[in-house]
Design a binder for this molecule. Sequence first.
Ligand code: PTJ
Length: 246
Amino acid sequence: MLNKNHPRYQSLVYRDKIVKAHENGILADSGMIAHGRGETFDYLIGEKTTDNSQNTIDVAACYFLTSKNPVLSVNGNTTALVSEEIAQLADLLDIPVEINLYYRTPERIVNIEKVYRDLGVKNILGTDDDDFIDTPDLDGPRSPVSIEGIKKADLVFIPLEDGDRAEKLYALGKDIVNVDLNPLSRTAQTSTVTIVDNIVRVMPALIKSVEKYSNYDNSDLQEKIDKFNNKVNLDTAIHDIIKRFE
Ligand code: PTJ
């Protein structure tokens, strides 16, 4: 039904994925609102990966490659848009995918688990069969995390997420890699590495970057990490938006 000549064809394709994921019991009702907020910021940043976000993606790849137990935490929106790439990255790094939902229901967990199972992901955590432990000082359905997954992890990837979980996980000494088109969000502001870009562009670029940096020495990866400052990254992301309208 989508017209390929429409000037916003790509955006319509992603909207269609979001609507289908809602119909299939994967996306939370609020996931539609979250997607709209993302689209607004994507307009502002110019719907492209800036040099600054490419560098941040490379830094995130270095973190993945130097961490002992990274985990990919997924929600409804991430699953709706980039489940295939999440499965590819999990396979490439041989790491778990942990389902962690704000609007958690047994039905959504089963539906999301099936998506990753069908894509061949071997280690899926966070389902109702898992053993959980609460994240200290965090209330709500995001608090319980898998003992074998996020509890053990030294690096947690939390794309498209609301609220204060990043802060609480960071306080436990974990590194947090976040993807958020809004550089001002609380999660963006409290993560170790915030990729201010659309998840649909980030995931293929992140996979490429992990492939590229897997050939580098650990000392080179560490050097790239040490040169990075998330506050400077976020300031640059905001300035990149302002520069577009000067
Ligand atoms: O699936 P659940 O139950 O865990 O719920 C997930 C949502 C996303 C509904 C929940 O976490 C939520 O309400 O999140 P927020 O507070 O709307 O935050 C989501 C963030 O993701 C916002 O800052 C958006 O700008 C950002 N965002 C939305 N779409 C994209 C995005 N960032 C990158 N790429 C996108 N495509």
